[in-house]
Design a protein around this ligand. Sequence first.
Ligand SMILES: Cc1cc2nc3c(=O)[nH]c(=O)nc-3n(C[C@H](O)[C@H](O)[C@H](O)COP(=O)(O)OP(=O)(O)OC[C@H]3O[C@@H](n4cnc5c(N)ncnc54)[C@H](O)[C@@H]3O)c2cc1C
Length: 393
Amino acid sequence: MSDLETFRAETRAWLEANCPSEMREPVRDEEDVYWGGRNAVFKSDAQKAWFDACVAKGYTVPAWPKEYGGAGLAPAEAKVLREEMTRINARSPLSSFGIWMLGPALLHFGTEQQKLHYLNQIARGEIRWCQGYSEPGSGSDLVSLQTFGEEQGDHWVVNGSKIWTSYADKADWIFCLVRTDKANKYQGITFMLFDMASPGVSTKPILLISGSSPFCETFFDDVKVPKSYGEGIPAQVGEVNRGWDVAKYLLGHEREMISGAGGGDRTATIGAVLKRLVGEIDPVLRAELAMFDVDALAYTAMGEKFLDEVKVGKAHPAQPNMMKYAGTELNKRRHELMMAAGGSRALEWDSAETRGGQPARNWLRTKGNSIEGGTSEVMLNVISKRILDLPGA
Ligand SMILES: Cc1cc2nc3c(=O)[nH]c(=O)nc-3n(C[C@H](O)[C@H](O)[C@H](O)COP(=O)(O)OP(=O)(O)OC[C@H]3O[C@@H](n4cnc5c(N)ncnc54)[C@H](O)[C@@H]3O)c2cc1C
């Protein structure tokens, strides 16, 4: 057997022994997703057992180095693990903005002490992070942000507000873009980390079309952010006033993460899923489902190609924008088709049968996919300028 085949066999055996059957069921509600953090509560013993097993093995962040809480897997091994988890429908043991966004930025820009400190916390799910980027008036034009940090001796005093901060009311810490030089647009922003329990931080939930409130307005009133949390652990990632570089790098990872929704259920076609859910499907709709499946397969192939290019260092740096655009538009289409196939029953909002209108709420939630992390229009602008090199873009 090749090394990779041996690894696959070992992975299968490990999953068989450690992934409880309950953790192989589809996610049904928000509580089925474990986000970690200071106030986290496990929904069940199975959820805890699966999480603990993955932490011990480094499988909450399989590709991160072992000293930072990962398993140190090579890209090909990480791919095998993903495939084997998909094969048994294993749930992700930990959902985390620390894993998807802050971690990659720290791996690239952090000091050694920052990496040892924060990455291990993230891998063990100890701290829940939120992202303080958008402000009223600074969304697509993020670089115009106004939240200001005034330097005062050994700390910054931060004033301003953020908006659409996902799970700010549940987060322990924030990675936050703060203007620290008003005279310099791009080189006047610092990427700061601070505790959401700091005096002067407050949050106010915003109600969404889906009926839930996953995000907040976040206010900073004279928040004191220490310049250092210890030897080699400054409050900022990267240099002071050079946070825009960190912010852009992180956005690439965020867009990759959001684009993943486009992959959907890779173990079955949408037709097969719908047949299971709603029975016989209208023949006209069937043609649309087939077209969707072709596009979903093309999207998956594009993703595989991208990952292979990343492995050999040949990926176009703007490629995550293309993945984000294609993946989120595809995901919106998937849910439109699910609703069309379900008919008026799919719009039902309250019953136990639909677990409180989960299909309709999921459909409405996808509308935000092509806005969060940068809108589709902005993605198309980047693609035309940086990938297609169109004149006038
Ligand atoms: C579900 C969800 C979760 C989010 N979570 C977070 C979070 O955790 N933290 C955070 O900081 N932010 C978060 N956001 C905010 C998100 O990043 C912004 O909504 C997004 O960047 C767009 O900014 P905006 O809402 O200010 O819209 P605007 O920038 O005002 O855009 C309005 C419209 O104008 C279009 N537009 C703007 N500029 C251009 C242009 N140059 N060319 C063509 N069209 C343009 C846009 O495409 C859009 O249709 C979240 C958003 C959503 C929907």
